[in-house]
Design a protein around this ligand. Sequence first.
Ligand code: UD1
Ligand code: CA
Length: 460
Amino acid sequence: MLNVVILAAGMGKRMQSSQPKVLQTIGGQPMLTRVINTARSLSPDQLIVVVGHGEQAIRQAYDGQVDIHFVSQWPQLGTGHAVAQAVDLLKSSRENNATMVLYGDVPLVQTDTLQALLAGSDNGLALLTEEVENPHGYGRIVRDAQNRVLTIVEEKDATAAQKQIREINTGMMVAPTDKLKSWLKKLSNNNAQGEYYLTDIVEFAAKDKVTINTVAPKASFETQGVNSRVQQAQLERLWQRELAARQLQGGVAIADPDRFDQRGELMCGQDVFIDVGCVFEGMVVLGDGVRIGAHCVLKDVTVGAGTEIHPFSHLQQADIGKGAQIGPYARIRPGTRLEDEVHIGNFVEIKNSHIQSQSKANHLAYVGDADVGSRVNIGAGTITCNYDGANKHRTVIEDDAFIGSDTQLVAPVRVGKGATLGAGTTLTQDAPANKLTVSRSPQKTIENWQRPVKPSRKKP
Ligand code: UD1
Ligand code: CA
């Protein structure tokens, strides 16, 4: 039986936010969600989150996730007191009887490390500890001459000699459940902070001759906590460097790993190039040879092989085919499907439309709620008037149509196969196939017209 207890009752005052700290994000995902998902990867029998400050917002954020048990801690009297709130929910059986403690504000601990910690517990106590340059503020791991762990001493209770110890307690640990329950009952708050320290169970374990093992994290970002916006930004960058490194290892060319932001899943084929300042959100899939220009934002987008997205383009919930050219400055909105070799140029907005292969809209256009065939040319300034103030209507443009510049297509309307619309047309009825349709008042010239002259200034 494995229980996981995630501590998340603390205040997070230094974040200066109206939102609970553990709902603040790293890599686009709330910190607590990351810890919960990593805990889930261990298939625990019980998953408990201890909440206090901001508990309503936290409980609401995970509403309907029935595998999570929330327990309240009021007031917050320390980490030992926090775990004690969960004891009634801790399951135990004779074998594999373990309770793991994690922190909701230490978001990037990885499954591998927790598995190593679990393996290290071996029915005893396992502590995730780390040697650091500057141990200030952390609990120190005190060992005897045989290098056995004796106790953890908090910064505020440490002697000058203990403060020299550079091995610190990260806070994450695995304890044998039944023993943990008995140790929690013995905790006192007779210390510098007047708190019930979870770390005091280490001394009890040593006295009870329970084996105490220590395990180190693979990467230092795994154990970093977030208490302020500064720490959040620092950890975000460490995580983004890690994600960039993983992409580079997978063969993706990233112009600058320090200017790369992945806030979801990013799956890349071979020879993908990503220029600086791009943001990837949700689920993004890039095919072989895709090139993403500088400062693009892609959210829930699939891009086919060989397609180029030029700088400053924004794409959301769209499916782009192979060999397409998008941008610069293109806006591709939800519900868009662009087939192979479509060209979408600067200041073109496409929404909820299907555009078939080799069609082009190269400059300044709005195409919304439209079905566009193949090899269609949409001229500059073309607008689908899809909205009548109450309802959205579709525009259909069949294969090989040519839409002259500055055309308004007042939907619902259909342009037939091979039809040509003259520049400036306001199309209110269907345009027949293979013919020129134009709506334009005849051009006239006023012969004796005189340009007005400015009144001459009177001299004083
Ligand atoms: C704790 C450890 C310390 C370790 C450090 C690592 C103890 C006594 N000390 O210290 O050895 O080096 O973490 O960061 O355990 N929390 C609650 N309820 C409480 C108190 C805390 O849920 O009553 C939660 C906090 O929200 C936080 C976590 O527990 O997520 C740790 O609390 P924090 O106050 O940051 O612990 P430290 O004093 O830093
Ligand atoms: Ca802390």
